[in-house]
Design a protein around this ligand. Structure first.
Ligand code: SF4
Length: 464
């Protein structure tokens, strides 16, 4: 048995799809999807899969592990076709494994169809029950299978019409890429909770969870898929259909805080810039803090720490060094080894921190156990004071929209006051950015974000 060191919210999936106009480029679709998934690896490390269509049939390969574990160059070379979709998945214990790896491929009246999904349907239980009474049989626990079964019910219709009907029943957060033998389709939920964007490369169109995946294959970002929109890509080009009138936008604010790559632009906002601005705002809210040095918890806290240092006029130094080759840490479940788990990932640079009063900037605190160990490490390395500044408000509530949060009772801000958290992690002082400050940093006047894990105000009512 292994124990995973985990003190962050976890993104659950990333999706990618490409339609190559020239069917002669027989392996470009699979290869581009492989690189696209590589760029999205941070969104899921449990399994990876690619489905390819050559216009006559769909070929699928998927497996458990990282993209580089699941695919060899030979496998990619053998995946011939001009349309492809891909998926990386993170899943909670008990739901992992090959059976839930995506894409899923189904036969329906009009041929074969492959689906990959990022997000979470909040009416999953109700839909499973309803579809089961009509005779549907489920093999996986993924929401994707619900979409497939719904699609099958409308299989006399064209794909976009069938999807438009499905959208009436699907409730929650979803970004879907769907491939038939001759068409690629992208769908985004009516509030745009999970991201999905459209790109272009030499007249070929691409769909991806994040624009960084477009950059990786040399494609340009065209635009984000709108909430409630279906984008249909085939040999005639791109067609868009607004199938559900969006009741209002609720883009996941945590994409900007932690999940997304800093080099991505999501819904018109550059992730790196937003993190830096959150750091600046945090510094404005901590005016009285008297320290010598700003350090970050690398890498996710670094952009905010740079913004903090810039605004406060205090030097920034790399006081903690990250082992870039660890990836996910699986260790034996003894207390001693758990402590070692953090040390495997991070180490303090004594020469930088010794004798200094430090403020350490991080993107969020989930359970507080990692922050506590890092602060101990900094004190052992000789820091005289360690203050902590967090570039998001206290995370108190679970997410129902496709993010694996700890259980609500495990979220430290749900069970302790800020003062108690400060004592638990052993900091000299603890500062969180305010909700208003965070939203202002995103430079949007409209309240068009989901921030339910901070506020408990859920944009779509969930079953639980
Ligand atoms: Fe994102 Fe939090 Fe909303 Fe979930 S609850 S979608 S993590 S902002």
């Amino acid at each position: 048995m292994y124990y995973e060191v985990r003190d962050k919210f976890k993104e659950e999936c990333g999706v990618f799809g490409i339609f190559i106009n020239n069917p002669e480029n027989r392996t470009d679709a699979a290869r581009s999807t492989f690189y696209g998934l590589y760029a999205l690896q941070h969104r899921g490390q449990e399994s990876a899969g690619i489905a390819v269509s050559d216009g006559e049939g769909i070929q699928l390969h998927k497996g458990v592990g990282l993209v580089s574990d699941v695919f060899t160059p030979e496998q990619i070379d053998n995946m011939e076709g001009h349309i492809a979709i891909g998926h990386v998945r993170y899943s909670t214990t008990g739901e992992s494994g090959l059976v839930n790896a995506q894409p899923l491929v189904f036969h329906y009246l009009q041929g074969r169809v492959a689906l990959a999904h990022n997000g979470n349907l909040i009416n999953n239980k109700e839909m499973r029950k309803r579809l089961s009474t009509y005779g549907s049989i489920f093999q996986t626990t993924t929401d994707t299978e619900i979409v497939a079964n719904l699609l099958a019910r409308y299989s006399q219709d064209k794909m976009e019409d069938a999807l438009a009907k499905c959208m009436i029943d699907l409730k929650g957060a979803f970004a879907l890429v769907i491939m038939t033998e001759d068409t690629l389709v992208g769908v985004r939920d009516p509030m745009g909770i999970r991201p999905l964007c459209l790109g272009e490369l030499n007249g070929n169109y691409i769909l991806a969870s994040e624009s960084a995946a477009l950059d990786t294959i040399g494609a340009e970002l065209v635009r984000d898929v709108n909430p409630g929109e279906i984008v249909v890509i085939n040999k005639d080009g791109v067609k868009s259909k607004q199938v559900v009138n969006s009741p209002g936008r609720a883009h996941c604010v945590f994409e900007y805080i932690y999940f997304a790559r800093p080099d991505s632009t999501i819904d018109g906002i550059t992730v790196y810039r937003s993190r830096r601005q959150m750091g600046q705002q945090l510094a404005r809210e901590c005016r009285d803090l008297d320290v010598d040095l700003v350090i970050s918890v690398p890498d996710s806290g670094t952009a905010a720490a740079l913004g903090f240092a810039e605004e406060a006029g205090i030097p920034f130094e790399e006081g903690l060094m990250k082992n870039r080759y660890v990836g996910r840490t699986f260790i034996q479940p003894t207390q001693k080894m758990r402590e070692l788990g953090v040390r495997l990932k991070l180490n303090a640079i004594a020469e930088i921190v010794r004798g200094k009063r430090i403020v350490m900037v991080d993107d969020s605190i989930v359970r507080g156990t990692t922050s506590k160990k890092i602060i101990q490490m900094l004190r052992l390395a000789g820091a005289t004071e360690v203050h902590m500044a967090v570039a998001s408000p206290p995370t108190k509530y679970s997410c129902y929209y496709g993010i694996d949060t700890s259980r609500r009772e495990e979220l430290i801000a749900n069970i302790m006051s800020i003062d108690e958290i400060k004592d638990f992690i052993g900091a000299d002082s603890l500062h969180y950015i305010s909700m208003e400050g965070m939203l202002q940093s995103l430079k949007q006047e409209q309240p068009w974000f989901c921030a339910a894990c901070f506020s408990g105000i859920y944009p779509v009512q969930h079953e639980d």
